[in-house]
Design a protein around this ligand. Structure first.
Ligand SMILES: NC(=O)c1ccc[n+]([C@@H]2O[C@H](COP(=O)([O-])OP(=O)(O)OC[C@H]3O[C@@H](n4cnc5c(N)ncnc54)[C@H](OP(=O)(O)O)[C@@H]3O)[C@@H](O)[C@H]2O)c1
Length: 317
């Protein structure tokens, strides 16, 4: 199969397009003929070696956590999917070296779901990592109720653009942050107030929030705690020492800190289906800024590393 591989960690120039053998699914896994993948920071973090202590060193490695496509083969224990099913979800770099920057990828059966007919493969591939992160933060950790006030820090990127729409659909009053060029865009997603984080230090905001979702992970629990209501909840996308400490101390206190993880838990399939429903009902619209080919992925990762993506970049396989 044709794949974009790496044989070592490093800069985007470690990528090469080559023919490699099509993988076989393990007993709880599914082989998917990939239609689309998308760019997420986790993929360039793996490429650069930031997660090398966690991820087995199996070369060549194919990156690309997000995937949409058609089931080609299922493992012995898989009953929920069959060849020919249209699906979308996540590959797991801890359990397989075959991500979705290739013609075929391997996913655990519990990390994918059937793709509804009305959802395009391209929109489906933009959803998993970014939208699950936002959905879990509001649904499971902040436990957002209609009318509550939330702050979304970093509202214009992959996670943030889903976060604003999901929080809006759940009835929140939203204050969002982004840079000046994205203010109108973030307002159009449903934010009530938008703050240019370069113009105003958001830690000086006088308002109190029931939930703070730090999509860009530029705050931390210590900085956010003053902006939370008495029982407010802070959620970040990237662990930092202050938030880990807050996570421990908040067991006793009123204000809570959490680190969200897109792929964790036993209900990823159901959560992906719930997000697909929100898209089909028009509550959430995936924002696809660009579609690129496999050959353009190194440049797209470079752009993502700069930290100012708007919405999602989808890869056509
Ligand atoms: N824990 C998990 O499971 C999980 C899942 C998904 C993502 N993540 C992590 O979450 C982070 C965001 O992911 P993403 O996909 O949304 O990335 P992205 O698409 O690259 O978006 C980055 C966003 O950060 C904003 N930003 C940059 N500097 C900022 C600052 N100083 N203050 C506030 N916002 C700032 C940018 O806004 P402007 O362009 O307007 O400056 C942009 O909206 C990454 O670190 C990623 O690794 C974690």
């Amino acid at each position: 199969m044709r794949a974009l591989t790496i044989h070592e960690y490093g800069a985007p120039d470690v990528f090469k397009v080559e023919e490699i053998e099509k993988p076989k699914p393990g007993s709880h896994q599914v082989l998917i003929e990939v239609k689309n993948s998308s760019i997420n920071p986790v993929d360039w973090k793996i490429r650069a070696g930031h997660l090398s202590l966690l991820i087995p060193k199996h070369w060549p490695r194919v990156l690309g956590v997000d995937c949409s496509g058609i089931v080609a083969e299922v493992g012995d224990s898989v009953r929920s999917f069959a060849p020919g099913d249209a699906v979308f979800g996540m590959s797991n770099p801890l359990r397989s070296q075959y991500g979705a920057y290739a013609q075929y990828c391997i996913c655990d059966k519990d990390s994918i779901t059937k793709k509804p007919d009305g959802l395009s493969f391209s929109d489906a591939a933009s959803i998993p990592v970014a939208a699950l992160t936002a959905y879990k933060a509001f649904k499971l950790q902040i436990k957002l109720q209609p009318g509550q006030k939330v702050l979304i820090n970093g509202a214009s990127g992959g996670v943030g653009s889903f976060a604003v729409q999901i929080a809006k659909a759940m009835g929140a009053k939203i204050t969002a942050t982004c840079s000046a060029d994205n203010i109108e865009f973030v307002r159009s997603l449903g934010a009530d107030e938008v703050v240019d984080y370069k113009e105003q230090d958001i830690r000086t905001l006088s308002e109190k929030f029931d939930g703070i979702f730090d999509a860009s992970a530029k705050l931390n629990f210590a900085a956010a705690t003053r902006m939370l209501t008495k029982h407010g909840v802070y959620v970040t996308t990237v662990p930092d020492p202050f938030t880990v400490l807050g996570l421990l101390t908040s067991i006793l206190g009123g204000k809570k800190a959490y680190i969200v993880s897109a792929g964790s838990g036993a209900f990823v399939s159901q959560e992906l289906s719930a997000i697909a429903e929100m898209v089909l009902s028009g509550q959430v619209k995936p924002i696809i800024a660009k579609s690129v080919s496999l050959e353009e992925v190194p440049d797209s990762q470079k752009f993502s590393e700069a930290g100012h993506a708007r919405g999602k970049t989808v890869i056509d396989i």
